[in-house]
Design a protein around this ligand. Structure first.
Ligand code: ASP
Length: 377
């Protein structure tokens, strides 16, 4: 498999020029080549908050808290992701999240606080709508980084979180529909010797392209304040219909999110297993440490994801059959995000307001392999 047709020319003069222009919000952005398209390299401007596409309301809230109330970056972005966690209509996070194969909503989240070099996380948490806040409580009140399952729930209840039923009627019906037509899109591998089933992709990955009524999601949010302090958070209900106990990248520090106060922060949404294998968020931060821009670092990490993808998840031309998106912000306020396939956008809030910005991408939409699905909702 080769991805050499993609050329990165942004490392040199353009990136340097962007940095040299410094923190002048509103000045003309520098144009650089990224692959086959001209990409705008955003000027560094602080504070800045970025998030996955479902975080537009969240970045606006977090930016407002940082600029108007002088809020800590982690408190601000957690308040930002709480909007989605508490929104029953968002089926990817918190209350209303799509359940696992048993019909149980199991939530994952992690966070990092750059200035104090701390991290917290929870996985397979049931019955608590705001796992991001429980992750922060793990960070604030324990000597640990990650609590899971029953222990995480017991901890949360002890900390005063309220238990509630997270399975909304809408998500329950979607789960029943999925159960009624269990098909090759489940999360089990073919047993050795059995005939191979059509391509297996997650319902959430394939849903937008196939018009199936499932929500794709997870929310990652990262912020840098005026002083250059940085935080990151990712929260999710994980892959829909997952095998009970399955944990994705979101609660894994270094995969679903990572923050180094001297460099920047990064996070991911999409197929968590592929992110975990590359330590995605950590790798992006390390690439930024080596001098790549946030967008370049995201793209280079996508290259690594492709290079480490097992053949069963690649089409005949070596292109992944799943979706994955990365988001990054540098300490100086530059930001960027990239997806495997063209399309979609991420949320940004800075001095120019809260808005959506298109992803950089590795492959054009027309190159995306068609996922096979035998059951439509
Ligand atoms: N990254 C999440 C997970 O693997 C899922 C997603 O973002 O859709 O759990």
């Amino acid at each position: 498999m080769t991805i050499s047709r993609r050329t990165f020319v942004t490392t040199g003069a353009a990136a340097a020029a962007s940095l040299a222009l410094g923190e002048r919000a509103g000045a003309e952005p520098v144009l650089a080549r990224v692959g086959e398209r001209a990409a705008r390299v955003p000027l560094a401007s602080r504070p800045v908050v970025i998030a996955s596409g479902n975080g537009l309301r969240g970045v606006a809230r977090a930016y407002d808290m940082i600029t108007r109330q002088g809020a800590d970056t982690l408190d601000a972005i957690i308040a930002g992701v709480n909007i989605q966690e508490l929104d029953p209509e968002d089926q990817s996070v918190g209350l209303g999240g799509l359940p696992n194969a048993d019909g149980v909503v199991q939530l994952d989240a992690s966070c990092m606080h750059g200035p104090t070099k701390r991290a917290g996380a929870v996985a397979c948490l049931e019955g608590i709508a705001t796992p991001s806040l429980v992750a922060k409580a793990v960070m604030d009140y324990t000597n640990h980084v990650l609590l899971v399952g029953e222990g995480a729930k017991k901890f949360a209840l002890g900390m005063g979180f309220t238990e509630q039923n997270l399975l909304t009627e809408k998500s329950r019906k979607d789960w029943l529909r999925w159960k009624a037509c269990l098909n090759p899109s489940d999360n089990w591998l073919d047993a050795p010797g059995m005939p191979r089933a059509p391509a297996r992709t997650s319902q959430r990955d394939s849903a937008p392209e196939l018009g199936v009524n499932f929500t794709t999601g997870t929310i990652n949010m990262n912020a840098v304040n005026a002083a250059g302090d940085i935080s990151s958070v990712t929260t999710t209900s994980g892959l829909s219909w997952k095998i009970p106990g399955r944990v994705g990248d979101s609660p894994i520090v270094g995969a679903g999110q990572y923050c180094d106060n001297t460099v920047g922060a990064a996070g991911s949404t999409g197929r968590g297993e592929s992110c975990i294998k590359t330590c995605g968020a950590f790798l992006i931060v390390e690439f930024m440490r080596q001098g790549l821009s946030p967008e370049q670092a995201c793209l280079k990490t996508i290259e690594r994801v492709i290079a480490t993808t097992e053949p069963r998840l690649l089409d005949g031309r070596g292109r992944p059959t799943f979706s994955l998106q990365f988001y990054a912000v540098a300490k100086d306020g530059r930001f960027g995000a990239a997806a495997l396939y063209e399309g979609g956008s991420f949320a940004v809030a800075d001095s120019q307001g809260a808005r959506m910005v298109p992803f950089a991408f590795m492959f054009r939409q027309s190159e995306k392999p068609q996922a096979a699905v035998s059951c439509s909702a």
